[in-house]
Structure formats: structure tokens, C-alpha cells
Design a protein around this ligand. Sequence first.
Ligand code: PEP
Ligand code: MN
Length: 361
Amino acid sequence: MGTKLNILPLKEWFDTDGKPLIISGPCSAESEEQIMQTGLALAKIPQVKMIRAGIWKPRTRPDIFEGVGEVGLEWLKNLKIETGLKTCVEVANPQHVEACLKNEVDVLWIGARTTANPFSVQEIADSLKGVDIPVMIKNPLHPDLKLWIGAFERLNQVGIDKLLAIHRGFYTYEKTPFRNLPMWEIPIELKRLVPTLAVITDPSHICGNRELLQNVSQKAMDLAMDGLMIESHINPSVALTDASQQLKPEKLKNLLDQLVLRQEFGNEDFENLLEKLRFEIDHIDEELLMILSRRMHKIEEIGYYKKDNNITVLQMDRLRQMMISRLKMGKDLDLNNKFVLKLLQLVHKDSIQAQTKIMME
Ligand code: PEP
Ligand code: MN
């Protein structure tokens, strides 16, 4: 999938000192005191470079706290003066954009529910024509990479080139330890397709609780993500939204201090050895594919033999036996059981497809 995105790299419009961009602040602005106290505490944490706050909150049902509205933007403006930190706010429609621009919000972000709706993204984009402001786009609720990229394209088409992606995980029906599944392969694929686009992770909305935050933040760093957006609140237990996932500023400081930041590239010796090891992997992959090709030829041979003798494609007993013996083999070879199961299912599905095609020739 090609993209025509023309994106200004993060380091050309925001000085992060070569470190990951750390954004923090409450899920929602609730009162001037809450915003001010949280923000002043965050300003003492050197890693934090930008303050976030939700002003209009997308709630599942009406008649609960839906954000303080425009007055919160004045509080944020005061906080900016007090701390010197940049601010960012979620916008979901052109009225939000207008209010943010009027109140000198530095960076806008589009939330997961809005990214999922191309009409809304287009309206926001149209309201930003001719405006020079950075826009961060959260992934849509469901794992649809094209829809996410489409949102960047809509913003880019009206001239916004300071774009940044926020990975906040994906909705799932399954019961998992996460509020939203990280599905790291999606932000990684986004980075592969759009190399100049920085992607930051939002561990708060991925985890939905405080306990998993450290691990998910570390994983984001180990996967070379470009920063983190973590929710914080001066008193999370009384927060009006997302109370169970927000961190007190001092806890955020601990989390950030404990992060191990690794380099994406090493010195010459390291790179030389890495190249040698990668060469070995390339060779192993080649063997793996040749073996799979040999297996597929054998599958076809069996397919013709079954067809000539009027035998069904599938024999359940054989499948059962095969799975048991291969899973045991995988276990003896110290391979992850779930991985072997998925791999065998994939190989078997393709084999069935190949033999079914032969039957229909
Ligand atoms: C938020 O950042 O508080 C928020 C509503 O997030 P999301 O759009 O990722 O659900
Ligand atoms: Mn939130």
C-alpha cells in the first residue's frame, strides 16, 4: 500500500533533546485547581515536555461528565504561562478546533472514536486549511491501518505536515488483561509504510489500569516508539474519567526514571556483528521457505492421488494425530506452544485450500 504523505519529522518541529517525547496530564480538565496542581507537579519532571487535557470528553452515554468545555482552555492557557510547557487537546469537530486556536493550544489531537469516522476527520481537516499547527492522530478503535493512514492523508491534503501518530490500542471482544489490545504489529507496520511519521504510545488507554503501565511503556521504548502519552492526575481516586488508569505525578516520575532507553543503532563493532547475525537469519528464512515449498508440492501430489481415488480432502483422524505429534515435537524443541499451534493451523489451512482447488480442476 503506497502513501503520498509528506510529513515533517518530529525533530524538525519539536525539540525533544533526542529523547522520546513524553506527554502527560489528566484524562479530563476538571477544575482550574486540578489542572494547575497537576501541571505544576508535571513541570518538575524533566522528561515531561507537553501537557495533555481532555476538554470535551467522548462518553458512551449522555448525562455523565462530558468535559468542562471552553473554560478549560483558559485554565490551560494559564498553565502554559506558569510552566512554559506546550499543551495539547483532543478535538472532535470544527468548533473544538476554533476554540483551541483562539486559546493558543499548541498541538491538537484526534481521538480514537473520531479517527474511525472519515466525515468527522474531513470536517476537522477542512477547518484547518491554511493553519500551521501540529496534529496527532490516535488509531481508530478497531485495527484498520488503512483508516488510520486515511486520516493522516486527509490532514496532509489541507497542508498540515506536522503530524504524529498515537498508538492507544484496539477494541477487542476477548477478555484480556488490557483495556485495549496493543497489537504492536499495527504501529510497526505504520512506521514501515510512513518512515518519517513518529509514533508515540498511549499506555494509559492500552492498559486501563496502573499496574501494567510500566511494562507497556518499556515495551514501547524497546520497539523504538518515539514517545509516550500517559495520563496523570493530582488525585486519581477522585478523577471524573479514567480514574483507574491515571497516575499521580510522583508515580509518573518513578515510571519514567525506571524506563531503560536503548539506542536504535549501535557502534561499528555492534553493527558488524548484527549484520553477520542477520545474514544468518536471512539464510535460515530461505531454508524455511524452501522447506515450505517442498511441503506444498507434496500436498499437491497427495491431492491428485486422493482425487484419482475419490477420497475426501480432509481426514479428521489424520489431522488430530498430526497436531498431537507436531505439538509435542515443538515442545521438545522449546518452541512456544501457541505459536506452533497457530503455525500448524495456518499451514494446514493452506494445504486444504490447495487440495480443494485440485478437486475442482
Ligand atoms: C483520551 O485520551 O482521554 C481518550 C478519550 O482517548 P481515546 O480517544 O484513545 O479513547
Ligand atoms: Mn482518558
